[in-house]
Design a protein around this ligand. Structure first.
Ligand SMILES: [Zn+2]
Ligand SMILES: [Zn+2]
Ligand SMILES: [Zn+2]
Length: 152
């Protein structure tokens, strides 16, 4: 984690931003909970546990800055909440998500898998793909194993 913070710090510096203690606290929460997809509010509550002096507005501004610098991305799984998601290091495009309609779990697919589709979009529509969002909705492995509960 320290290496990643160091690299992000360098990236901030190259864009003339400093890694202030408030920004670092926010970043640490995102790194610690990388598997999760946290809303600004979630991030704020976790930051507050360790640094009670940091306010929601500061956390929010930090998240927006990290978004502008393409360190995090924003994603919405259809519940109207923007969630912040760290980009994978070295990944050209955003990763994909598998959202379970039974239990709400979210899994990530880090491999792009879309190179062929991107080529077709480029050649058929003359469109230059910069990025994409792909969310699969379905039933996770765990839920497929659990027998359907009788409705009460
Ligand atoms: Zn994700
Ligand atoms: Zn791609
Ligand atoms: Zn499930």
């Amino acid at each position: 984690m320290e290496h990643r913070i160091e690299r992000i710090k360098k990236q901030l510096h190259s864009e003339s931003y400093k890694l202030t203690p408030q920004r670092e606290a926010t970043l640490r929460v995102l790194l610690e909970r990388e598997e999760d997809h946290l809303s600004a509010e979630d991030v704020y509550l976790l930051v507050k546990e360790k640094s009670p002096e940091i306010g929601l507005a500061t956390v929010y501004r930090t998240l927006e800055l990290l978004y502008e610098l393409k360190i995090v991305d924003k994603i919405n799984f259809g519940d109207g909440v923007s969630r912040y998601d760290l980009r994978k290091e070295g990944a050209k495009h955003f990763h994909h998500h598998l959202v379970c309609i039974e239990c709400g779990s979210v899994e990530e697919i880090v491999n792009d898998l879309l190179e062929d589709v991107e080529k077709i979009v480029q050649s058929e529509w003359g469109f230059q793909v910069q990025d994409h969002r792909l969310t699969f909705h379905g039933i996770c492995k765990q839920c497929q194993l659990t027998p359907v509960k009788a409705t009460q």
